[in-house]
Design a protein around this ligand. Sequence first.
Ligand SMILES: [Zn+2]
Length: 263
Amino acid sequence: IMVIWVIAVTLFSIILFRLIFFRVQKVQVKSVKHVLGMVSIEETDLSTVNALFVTAHPDDECMFFAPTIIRLVQLSARVNLLCLSQGNYYNQGSLRKEELLSSCAVLGIPGSKVSIIDHNCQLPKAPQLKTSLSLTTEKSPTFVLTFDGRGVSGHANHTAIYKAVSHLACTGQLPTNCHLLSLETVGLIRKYLSFLELPLSWLLPSALCCMSGLRGYRQAKAAMICHRTQLLWFRYLYVMFSRYMFVNTFHIIPQGPKNLKIY
Ligand SMILES: [Zn+2]
């Protein structure tokens, strides 16, 4: 009886996860278009979309944003990456730059779309970020994806990017057709539930939800392995247990000067 139970539960979960996965894949194009305020619903690819990921360190792209990068590349969006440090903390700058380029190649971002602007170990501030953003893509990005106020791991450089981006956004310093999304930071338990967290990400409200299947997960893992200097034992645990290897949920960063009402 135990064996039958185990088989039944396993089968049920496989079916459930497959259902969720296909459901999410189906609504993804729609949610991206909704976020971007695009009207044409008919097209099924995102070839007109110019996405820019802004990260703090080489390896943030595969540790935190892999499901979204992989999915956007699949949907033929143009994907760019702006990394705001070279990770030169242990004088490994040039090595880490190479690792970043090969990790991006695995994820589907060509080297010409990767920019590294080193802020010399300083936290990125709004004015510098603005110049970096304008230097990055030849066309201004239709949407920028970055960390949220808690920066997933709480790293000061992650949260500094969010602060700089939201400062630019609420002071109206970004083009109006540029939409901003922040990667949701989840609590510790949810973070390390691995793929078991997928139903929660699916059910809870977010502006955009991107999920990886087994193939996407392998791709993210392969990208992670490119960062050889960073492969300490706990990284392997991270790859196994982090939900960010499987799913990303985003919220919209509000733009434009806030309407203050003074009575
Ligand atoms: Zn980082």
